[in-house]
Design a protein around this ligand. Structure first.
Ligand code: FES
Length: 145
């Protein structure tokens, strides 16, 4: 049911933890399943993501997608990080079962929420970034099931 990569990131998640004095922190949940994900970003003066950590209280797919998402954004600029969508995370994991697609949306939204927090703290605007939701259950894309 799960790819080797998903199993690997679930059983051995990368970048678990917190960043003290993070440049941006984003927390997003899904009220339907009750899962919550928090992403911490450390962003340098050139707007490059130096470090990223996560805490996820959620299902295995949510843990695997957060782990992969942190790996994908580290070293990227904030603008490049906007391209780390849930589809990009799923592709990097060699796919997710259809009923688990929504879990990867948590990762995308949590990154956006952390970027939003960073932008607000620094009084800047990140192109293409809209105010993230704290609960994505309303926006679950039914057609993706
Ligand atoms: Fe809720 Fe996976 S079941 S994030």
């Amino acid at each position: 049911m799960y790819s080797d990569k998903v199993m690997d990131h679930f059983t051995n998640p990368r970048n678990v933890g917190e960043i003290e004095n993070a440049s941006g922190v984003g927390t997003v949940g899904n009220a339907k399943c009750g899962d919550i994900m928090r992403i911490y970003l450390d962003i340098d003066e050139n707007q490059v993501i130096r470090d990223c950590k996560f805490k996820t209280f959620g299902c295995g797919a949510a843990v695997a997608t957060s782990s992969m998402a942190t790996e994908l954004v580290i070293g990227k600029t904030i603008q490049e990080a906007m391209e780390v969508t849930n589809k990009a995370v799923m592709e990097a994991l060699d796919g997710l079962p259809p009923v688990k697609v929504h879990c990867s949306l948590l990762a995308e939204e949590a990154i956006h929420a952390a970027l939003w927090d960073y932008a607000e703290k620094n009084g800047i605007r990140i192109e293409g970034l809209e105010k993230p939701k704290t609960d994505i259950s309303e926006t679950d894309e039914e057609e993706e099931y």
